[in-house]
Design a protein around this ligand. Structure first.
Ligand code: MSP
Length: 520
């Protein structure tokens, strides 16, 4: 039997103090595209997302809402599940850190770390930022307003003094550096990797991993005056979801180590420093990769609740449609860089790349076939020429290129690769002018339209992970069977001349701005 190809991909688990916004949708979307592509490419995929429900920040949000924390998290966690549905995320599991399976897992990793001498009891005196749920040294702080100090992220800090358990992070400096060295692809993009390496080189202090001044969290086994540090709790979700502490289970053996933890740049240190150290200390393998993507601004401004400019993904989807929003987010900025959301840029992409480029290509080819070829896949009748072969060769080359690009999370380039072929196909329509061949050489017209239909089939197949609905409409219009829409069918499943096609319909209508000042 062939060896099964597997792929385990995770999103960060989202704090439930907030309603989901474009940043959350972005991280999960990137994972969804990869998960869909890998499934298409024959992998057994496990795609995990969920909510991070413990800690002081959530406890405070519950207090502010005047509801007990468990009832509060039950209520708010649903928003993230609904976001997943609205965006058609194809996650295989949705974990909540308040579930029993997770409690069992976090307590097990704690015991393992304690028994093996990686955790000791001491006391913490220093700065803490509730918004980041992170400890900071005096030297890391920045000057804030009115002579105050803030965290590097701008979050308010408070002085904390309390008994605390510590993880011996200082002992892991050399092993972490060695690990980064042996695994150059562990942290992407490269520039982020360099930041992490220099942070670790500059020396690691032991990490406080428990708190005693609030209650909302997982109690430390055997010492329930302490609540486990929310990041130790949260990071462990990645192994809980594959059955930890049962490391012999089929699911754990199949999927651990994870292939990719997708995170925003703000939470890279937790994933690329603390997490591999916890795992190695617990005798487990670190994940294969952590990718840190950039942040979105809104019309040039930082997105924040206090500025009142939070972009809610649902509103965007209602206005522009799901597929255009998915396309925009994956195409507009090189993945890894920061990006700016604006309605103008969104409309430009929608009307340019979607309505004009792919929309027109499908529309004109399919309607010519409907009119001139009796609504059936045309027959090339031995009239294929070198220009046809050239276009089909370009189309065939997309798949291997996409594999490489998606393996380095280069979503924008992957779309660029597909859109290059779309551009090529549109130029081919113009230069071959099949409408003129109808009278002069109908057999040659058949060959040209066959070449185009076949190119569109390959484009439709590869667009599926990015725009699942639009892609399926394209493939339906070519009567591509449901079971011939994976990469195995890419070269093997060519269109069969004579196959009846349904009546063509537009795939991407142009967006017409209703309000002045909004138009592209
Ligand atoms: N709960 C932690 C993660 C624990 S993972 C073990 C957390 N949650 S979060 O809800 O605050 O953020 C989740 C993700 O959303 C992060 O990857 C963060 O980078 C991303 N984003 C939040 N705002 C964003 C933008 N404005 N733009 C892009 N992504 C942003 O951190």
């Amino acid at each position: 039997m062939a060896v099964e190809k597997t792929y385990y991909i995770t999103t960060p688990i989202y704090y439930v103090n907030d309603v989901p916004h474009i940043g959350h949708a972005y991280t999960t979307l990137a994972c969804d595209v990869l998960a869909r592509f890998k499934r298409l490419d024959g992998y057994r995929v496990h795609f995990l997302t969920g909510t991070d429900e413990h800690g002081q920040k959530v406890e405070k949000a519950a207090e502010a809402a005047g509801i007990p924390p468990k009832a509060f998290t039950d209520k708010v966690s649903v928003n993230f599940r609904e976001l997943a549905e609205a965006m058609k995320f194809s996650n295989d599991d949705f974990i909540r850190t308040t579930e029993d399976r997770h409690l069992r897992s976090v307590q097990a990793i704690w015991k393992k770390l304690l028994d093996d001498g990686h955790i000791y009891l001491g006391s913490y005196a220093g700065w803490y930022a509730v918004r980041d749920e992170a400890f900071y040294t005096e030297t890391e702080l920045k000057d804030g307003p009115n002579g105050t100090k803030t965290a590097p992220s701008g979050a308010t800090v408070e002085w904390v003094e309390e008994p605390s358990y510590f993880f011996r992070l200082s002992a892991w400096q050399d092993r972490l550096l060695e690990f980064y060295d042996r695994n150059p692809g562990f942290i992407l993009p490269e520039s982020r990797r360099n930041e992490v390496v220099s942070f670790v080189r500059s020396g690691l202090r032991d990490l406080s991993v428990s708190r005693t001044t609030f209650k909302w969290g997982v109690p430390v086994p055997g010492d329930d005056a302490h609540i486990m540090y929310v990041w130790l709790d949260a990071l462990t979700n990645y192994i809980t979801a594959v059955g930890y502490p049962d490391t012999q289970s089929e699911i754990f053996r199949t999927f651990w180590p994870a292939d990719l933890h997708m995170v925003g740049k703000d939470i890279l240190r937790f994933h690329a420093v603390y997490w591999p150290a916890f795992l190695m200390a617990a005798g487990l393998e670190p994940p294969r990769r952590v990718f840190a993507h950039g942040w979105w601004t809104n019309e040039g401004q930082k997105i924040s609740k206090s500025l009142g400019n939070v972009i809610e993904p649902r509103g965007l989807v209602e206005k522009y449609g799901l597929d255009p929003v998915r396309y925009f987010l994956m195409r507009e900025v090189p993945f890894g860089n920061d990006g700016d959301f604006s309605h103008r840029a969104m409309i430009n992409r929608l009307n340019g790349d979607l309505a004009n480029d792919i929309g027109n290509l499908c529309q004109r080819v399919l309607s010519m076939i409907a009119k001139n070829c009796d609504g059936r896949v045309p027959d090339p009748e031995g009239k294929e020429g070198p220009t046809d072969a050239a276009l089909l060769a370009r189309a065939a080359a997309m798949l291997p290129k996409l594999r490489e690009e998606l393996d380095t999370q280069s979503f924008h380039n992957a779309l660029g690769t597909i859109w290059d072929v779309i551009g090529e196909a549109n130029r081919y329509v113009d230069s071959e002018a099949p409408w003129a061949l109808r009278k002069t050489d109908p057999a040659r017209m058949g060959a040209v339209l066959y070449t185009l239909a076949e190119t569109i089939r390959q484009i439709g197949l590869l667009v599926q992970p990015f725009m699942p609905d639009a892609a399926s409409r394209i493939l339906d219009q070519l009567s591509v069977p449901r079971n011939a829409r994976d990469t195995a069918a890419y070269t093997a499943g060519r269109l069969v001349p004579g196959t009846a096609l349904p009546k063509p319909e537009g795939v991407f209508p142009r967006f017409v701005a209703e309000e002045a000042g909004e138009g592209a």
